[in-house]
Design a protein around this ligand. Structure first.
Ligand SMILES: [Zn+2]
Length: 563
């Protein structure tokens, strides 16, 4: 409990939230969600995962080696996460079997003896960076029947399904729940493996296994084929997943901002023709997003789109696709716009690929800050629409999604306990960014900021504060109150106004202290109201007196006339 208090106070949430956090969360949540004593002394360099799935028994068995670096010496306790009912069978470190203690559930404490600090010297400290042998390795053997996903991708776990021809089809979806639902790891977003990961899947010869990055090795023996896939870039644990089934493949090369990008597509054999047609949207997506966000962040690992036994997920360089080869979100326009903008493109291709920039390139340390993934990616849908159909179309789409906002709780969740905030991180978060863009009032500057975020925080883990500060600094507008308002409260600001003679008085209410967002008047001019929480006076035209105050629709606010 002590640790929860500390974490929460650091991030300065209200007393009310602290109370509910204490009531709601356990020591287990803190172990999982924070950088505690079993985690903070070592840094993951690489995961090498091998898995043998048993489709009939719905069981998996495997081995993970974790390369790590540390400055620690001697005896240390290492926290490894693996969720019940999965079991760690044996751990080896330096040729010696390690003592394992389960504490209390889902967490395994390994006592490592004789740790030597690695020779690693940070580049910043004058070193040359990491070289090959300057890390240590533990080897973990594990097995069990992993939790099965009932409603993937919304819940998590392994998926043991049949395709339409009754043949085995397997994969994993584990965002939120975490990768420790199936393999032992440091299940903490703040520590990505700096040198990537490999995943080897051993399956019967009749099936194909696809995973993240590039195919590094494929070998067959006694009816079993071992497929080894590898990413060279840092990757989130939950993004490392296998796809196993009757896949067929085709490839193309996209010439992008960083040169040749290898694109590879994997779908079930009977969907090949439909997929070839639908996936023509991939180069369109890449073109639009490289324009807005900068180069695709993982040229070394390539881009893949893989048919999945669920709707979709942003698995890095192996994006999961399950939208039925149709446009929209399961054939629906989420914006409900009259022109049907959301039906002009495939939601899963656009949204899940958008995460390659926001979630996979820029990752939040704590999932409480998950808006950085979802709000920007939600806004990528608007930017895609705008790129191909014009600015008003993009705005129609963005504004149309406001009806999906619930304002049930703040977008930022409680810190340190592996807990997301409100689902409003999608549509409200997207509308917050749309509003901020209009406060900045310079589309080229806004685009430069989006691209700048992706280069400044390239392959990094971040906090909300870092994103806020960067955007404030680059835009030269103080956006802090806007972020506070939309991310940390459920209040939608109300612009109150009243008339006295030819004068209009206006102010912000239903807002955080000091809220001072400027808003633009509707119309072709460049007339702004610099409202604060105090009444301000301005002389107004006959039109406004007659029709009332109209604010540019791109600002997500409420306007209210009072007496
Ligand atoms: Zn998403």
């Amino acid at each position: 409990m002590k640790k929860i208090f500390k974490a929460i106070l650091i991030f300065n949430l209200s007393l009310l939230i602290i109370n509910s956090v204490n009531a709601q969360f356990t020591n287990q949540d803190t172990l999982r969600g924070s950088n505690g004593p079993g985690r903070d002394w070592w840094d993951v360099v690489r995961y090498n995962i091998t898995v043998n799935p048993d489709y009939i028994e719905k069981e998996i068995r495997g081995e993970v080696t974790i390369d790590f670096k540390t400055k620690a010496t001697g005896k240390k306790v290492m926290q490894i996460d693996l969720q019940e009912p999965m079991v760690i069978d044996k751990v080896m470190f330096d040729g010696i079997e390690v003592e394992i203690k389960k504490d209390p559930r889902n967490v395994w404490q390994l006592t490592l003896l004789d740790i030597e600090p690695t020779m690693y010297i940070d580049k910043a400290e004058g070193g040359k960076g990491l070289t090959k042998k300057q890390y240590q390795t533990i080897q973990i053997l594990f097995h069990g029947k992993p939790i099965e996903a009932k409603r993937p991708p919304w819940d998590g776990g392994w998926i043991f399904k049949k395709d339409a021809k009754e043949r085995p089809w397997m994969s994993v979806a584990c965002q939120g729940l975490g990768a420790s639902v199936w393999y032992p790891c440091k299940d903490y977003q703040g520590d990505e493996p700096d040198q990537g990961a490999s995943l080897t899947v051993n399956i019967p010869d009749s099936l194909t296994a696809v995973a993240n990055g590039r195919l590094k090795d494929k070998r067959s023996k006694n009816g079993v084929t071992s497929w080894t896939w590898e990413v060279k870039n840092p990757i989130n644990n939950y993004n490392i997943v296998p796809y196993i089934g009757k896949y067929v493949n085709w490839t193309e090369t996209y010439i992008g901002e960083k040169g040749k990008l290898d694109c590879s597509y994997w779908v079930l054999d009977y969907n090949l023709e439909k997929a070839k047609e639908q996936f023509k949207q991939v180069p369109m997506m890449l073109k639009a997003f490289e324009h807005w966000f900068g180069p695709y962040p993982f040229y070394e690992d390539g881009y893949k789109l893989i048919e999945a036994p669920h709707l979709g997920m942003e698995h890095q360089s192996a994006v999961a696709y399950g939208n039925g080869f149709k446009n929209g979100y399961r054939s629906k326009d989420l914006s409900g716009s009259a022109a049907g903008w959301g039906l002009k493109w495939d939601f899963i291709i656009v949204h899940e690929s958008g995460h390659e920039w926001f979630a996979n390139n820029i990752t939040t340390i704590d999932i409480a800050d998950m808006w950085v993934h979802e709000s920007f990616t939600n806004y990528s849908e608007t930017l895609f629409t705008e790129y191909y159909y014009g600015k008003e179309a993009g705005s129609d789409y963005c504004i149309g999604t406001r009806k999906l906002i619930t304002n049930d709780r703040p977008i930022i969740g409680p810190y340190g306990v592996n807990k997301e905030g409100s689902g409003d991180m999608y549509y409200k978060g997207g509308n917050m960014l749309h509003t901020i863009r209009h406060v900045i009032n310079d589309d080229e500057k806004f685009r430069t900021i989006l691209r700048g975020l992706n280069s400044k925080f390239y392959h990094s883990v971040v906090t909300t504060k870092q994103i806020e500060s960067y955007m404030t600094k680059q835009s030269r507008k103080d956006l802090s109150k806007i972020f506070d308002q939309y991310l940390r409260t459920t209040m939608i600001p109300v612009l109150e106004y009243k008339f006295t003679g030819d004068n209009m008085y206006y102010r912000w209410t239903n807002c955080v202290e000091g809220f001072n967002m400027p808003v633009k008047l509707n119309g072709s001019g460049d007339d702004w109201l610099k409202a604060t929480t105090e009444w301000k006076k301005v002389a107004v035209t006959a039109d406004i007196l007659k029709d009332g105050l109209k604010i540019d629709r791109n600002f997500y606010i409420t306007v209210k006339r009072v007496q």
